[in-house]
Design a protein around this ligand. Structure first.
Ligand code: GTP
Ligand code: MG
Length: 226
């Protein structure tokens, strides 16, 4: 139909078996997300029922051959990462963060996606590992916090837009719901007014600066009179 706005494409990337397909299916409310699916060789489209303006593209897994320094030829198994088609990129990694994740993230960031989001999946595997290692002092909350901190630190140099730590098999816990809400809102990206979120935060910062200056002035004048 003329004038119809094409949906926002979120391309889901990750190494083999990190849980790309399971994550998409869980976000889309498809019950079979717990079943094992075989890797695809073509991107598979999943409409997001919670926001009809968004579709996910489940990409084949990337390997070391797919990571290059040339952003203009960036592709996964020969399929181009075309930012005209895919506006946001969601890079999924698991409990074993790899150098390959960093290399792919670096490449993806050069491509000027509107948003680049990292998902660290399988946090329960890290919790289970900690439980077997330190029986006495084991704290799932502590491991979860460590996973958040560790992932932020691991990707610090690349500055992705957002990082979520979760477990696709435990959607009531961790940051699954936060990711779901973030994506439902178009990954914080407003297509009708792309700069909006940036402008809002700038206005908020300006307001904060003004308040701060006012408080500072008030304390300063008070203290000079004592
Ligand atoms: N424990 C746990 N296992 C998971 C999780 N997500 C996926 N898995 C398992 O990890 C394996 C791979 O899951 P997939 O969703 O097929 O992963 P994928 O990244 O799409 O795999 P490829 O397409 O082959 O690269 C399956 O055995 C899943 O059951 C998770 O959050 N926790
Ligand atoms: Mg898959």
């Amino acid at each position: 139909m003329a004038g119809e706005v094409p949906p926002v494409g979120i391309v889901v990337l990750g190494r083999k078996h990190v849980g790309k397909t399971s994550l998409i299916k869980a976000l889309c409310g498809l019950k079979q997300h717990l079943e094992c699916a075989s890797s695809s060789v073509e991107p598979v489209l999943y409409p997001y029922p919670k926001n009809k303006a968004i579709v996910f593209w489940d990409f084949p897994p990337f390997g070391s051959d797919d990571v290059s320094n040339d952003a203009s030829t960036a592709s996964v198994q020969g399929i181009k990462l075309d930012t005209e088609l895919y506006e946001c990129a969601l890079l999924v990694c698991d409990d074993e963060l790899a150098e390959l994740d960093k290399s792919m993230l670096e490449q993806v960031l050069k491509l000027k996606f509107k948003r680049v989001v990292i998902v660290r999946n399988k946090v329960n595997a890290s919790i289970e590992f900690d439980r077997t290692r330190c029986l006495e002092n084991h704290s799932p909350d502590h491991v979860f916090s460590q996973c958040i901190y560790g992932t932020e630190e691991y990707f610090e140099a690349y500055k992705p837009d957002k990082i979520f730590v979760l477990d696709t098999f435990d959607t009531d816990k961790f940051q699954f719901n936060d990711l779901d809400i973030y994506l439902q809102s178009g990954a914080g990206y407003n297509r009708a007014n792309p700069d909006r979120s940036l402008r809002v935060s700038k206005a908020f910062l300006h307001l904060l600066q003004r308040q701060f200056r006012f408080i500072y002035k008030y304390i300063y004048t008070k203290s000079t009179f004592v």
